[in-house]
Design a protein around this ligand. Structure first.
Ligand code: DLL
Length: 456
C-alpha cells in the first residue's frame, strides 16, 4: 500500500481511532484497481447500462435504433464511441421525468439545476443511487485528506442544488461530523467556524474569498482557526485564485468537480498528495474528451469537451452526456496511488453558460424573462464582474420610447420588477439598468450579449 504524505498529520490532535486517521483511501480496492481490471468492470457495467436504457427509456431506444445499435452490439469499450451523445437539450425535451430509467416508486430523491430555459434540468435518484453517491462523496472527501475526526463546515447550498446534500451525505458516510450550515450569513459562518472548530471548509471558491474579506473586517484571524483543507468547486477558478485562498484562509485548497446531470459533487476530486488534476471515478463514470465542433474523440492530453457515460446509475443513467466543460484526460500514474484518470482544471465551457455566485445562468433564460415584460425591448447586455470577491450581474436593457420618456419613478419601478423576476425565476440577484432605445450596440453577426470582466 502506498503511504500518504504525512505533512498534514502534524497538526492533528490525537484521535482514538488511529485506523481511521491513517486511512489513505475510502475504498482501497476500487480506488487502486489496475487499469485492466478497471476496464473489465467498466465494460460489464456499460453493457448493463445500455441494456437498461434500451429497455426502459424510449428516448434511448429510438436514438440507439437510429444509430443501428443494439445492447448486444456493445462488445468492447471502444464500441462506446459508436453510441450517440446525450445533450442538455435532450434533457430539456424530456422534462421532467422522461429520461428516468426507474419507475417513480423507486425514485427517492429529486434534484434540479438550471436549464437553458426557465425550466430546470431534473434528475432522480433511486435508493441505490443515493448510496453510491454517498460512497463516492466519502471517497472524494478522503481523497482531499478528510478523515473521521474532521468537522466539515459545509457551506454549499442545500436544496434543489446538489452541492449541500451531496457533500453532507458523503461526510456522514465517512463518519466525519458535518455542520449543515449551507450558504449565506457570513458573520454566523465565521462564528461557527471558530466556536465549533471546523477543520474542513466546503463551498464555492468565490465564497471562500468573500469569507476571508468579511473575516478581515470582523477581526477574525484564519491563522487561529482549525481549518486545514478547503474543497472548492461548482464554478471555475484558477491557480492564482488557489494561491490567494490558501494564503488568506491558511489552508490547502483543493478542486472538486461535479454536475447534477451526472450525480452532483463527487464526480472528480483533486488528491491532497498530488494536487495536480482531479481523479474522475472511473468505476462509475466513463470519461471521453471530444472536439466540441466535430464530436470526434480526442487522445489523452488533448483539450476538448468532457463527455461522461454513467455506468452504475439507476434513476437517470446517461450515455455519452456532453458536459460542455473543457478539460483534458491524464492516465499517468499519480503519487497518491489511485489508478483513476485525472481531468485537468476545468478551463471553460463550449456553450454560453455563466456561473454567477454558483448559479448556472444562460443568457437565453434572461432573454426569455425580458421579452415577457411590456415596454422592454429584446436588446440587452449582461455585464458580469467580481467585486470584493463576489460575482455581480448587471443587466442593461433597452426600453421603448414611450417608457423611456416616462417619469423616473416609473422607470425605477420597472427596473425593480425585472430584478425581481430574474431573482424569482433564476435565483440570481442582479441590478437592472434601463437604457434608451438603440443604446445597445447592434451586431451584424452574433450579438454580443455578455461582457465577463471577472479575472479568474
Ligand atoms: O455545481 C455540482 C457541484 C457542487 C460540484 C459542489 C462541485 C461542488 P451544477 O449546478 O449542475 O452542479 O453545475 C455543474 O458547474 O458543468 C461546470 O460547468 C461547473 N463546475 C462544477 N465544478 C467545477 C469546478 C454542481 N471544479 C457545472 N471547476 C459544471 C469549474 C465547475 N467548473
Amino acid at each position: 500500500m502506498l503511504f500518504r504524505l504525512d505533512v498534514h498529520f502534524s497538526t492533528y490532535p490525537v484521535y482514538q481511532d488511529q485506523e481511521a486517521l491513517l486511512a489513505t483511501y475510502f475504498n482501497e480496492e476500487f480506488e487502486t484497481l489496475p487499469r485492466i481490471a478497471l476496464e473489465a468492470l467498466q465494460l460489464k457495467r456499460l453493457q448493463a447500462t445500455v441494456e437498461t436504457v434500451y429497455r426502459n427509456v424510449p428516448f434511448y431506444r429510438s436514438s440507439l435504433d437510429k444509430a443501428g445499435i443494439t445492447p448486444a452490439s456493445v462488445c468492447t469499450l471502444a464500441d462506446l464511441q459508436r453510441l450517440p451523445f446525450t445533450t442538455k437539450q435532450d434533457m430539456r425535451d424530456s422534462y421532467p421525468y422522461a429520461l428516468f430509467a426507474a419507475p417513480m416508486e423507486e425514485i427517492v430523491r429529486i434534484h434540479a439545476s438550471s436549464g437553458t430555459t426557465g425550466k430546470p434540468t431534473v434528475v432522480g435518484y433511486t435508493r441505490k443511487d443515493i448510496e453510491n453517491w454517498a460512497d463516492l462523496m466519502a471517497r472524494t472527501l478522503v481523497t482531499a485528506g478528510a478523515h473521521k475526526g474532521d468537522i466539515i463546515h459545509n457551506a454549499y447550498g442545500y436544496g434543489l442544488f446538489t452541492g449541500g446534500l451531496g457533500v453532507h451525505n458523503g461526510a456522514e458516510r465517512l463518519g466525519a461530523s458535518v455542520i449543515p450550515i449551507s450558504g449565506g450569513n457570513t458573520a454566523r459562518q465565521l462564528m461557527i467556524m471558530q466556536d465549533f472548530g471546523s477543520t474542513i471548509l466546503t463551498c464555492t471558491p468565490s465564497y471562500s474569498l468573500f469569507m476571508a474579506e468579511e473575516a478581515l473586517a470582523a477581526g477574525v484571524d484564519f491563522r487561529k482557526l482549525k481549518l486545514r483543507v478547503g474543497i472548492f468547486g461548482a464554478e471555475p477558478w484558477s491557480e492564482a485564485m488557489r494561491l490567494e485562498i490558501e494564503e488568506k484562509l491558511n489552508l490547502t485548497a483543493l478542486d472538486i468537480y461535479g454536475l447534477s446531470e451526472i450525480m452532483g459533487p463527487g464526480v472528480a476530486q483533486e488528491c491532497f498528495e498530488g494536487k495536480s488534476g482531479l481523479h474522475i471515478w472511473e468505476d462509475h463514470f466513463i470519461p471521453e474528451i471530444i472536439d466540441p465542433v466535430t464530436g470526434e474523440v480526442l487522445p489523452a492530453g488533448e483539450k476538448g469537451e468532457l463527455v461522461i457515460t454513467t455506468i452504475t446509475k439507476q434513476g437517470i443513467p446517461l450515455i455519452r452526456y456532453r458536459t460542455r466543460d473543457i478539460t483534458s484526460l491524464n492516465y499517468e500514474p499519480c503519487v497518491c496511488g489511485r489508478t483513476h484518470a485525472r481531468i485537468s482544471r476545468l478551463s471553460g465551457r463550449s456553450d454560453d453558460m455563466l456561473i454567477i455566485r454558483g448559479v448556472n445562468v444562460f443568457p437565453s433564460q434572461i432573454e426569455s424573462i425580458l421579452v415577457g415584460i411590456e415596454g422592454v425591448e429584446p436588446h440587452y447586455l449582461l455585464i458580469v464582474d467580481r467585486q470584493e470577491n463576489l460575482d455581480t450581474l448587471e443587466v442593461q436593457v433597452e426600453v421603448d420610447e414611450r417608457i423611456f420618456s416616462d417619469e423616473i419613478k416609473v422607470l425605477q419601478r420597472l427596473a425593480r420588477l425585472i430584478e425581481k423576476e430574474i431573482k424569482d425565476m433564476l435565483g440570481v440577484s442582479c441590478s437592472v439598468k434601463l437604457v434608451e432605445p438603440k443604446a445597445i450596440q447592434r451586431s451584424e453577426g452574433k450579438a454580443k450579449r455578455v461582457i465577463d470582466k471577472r479575472q479568474l
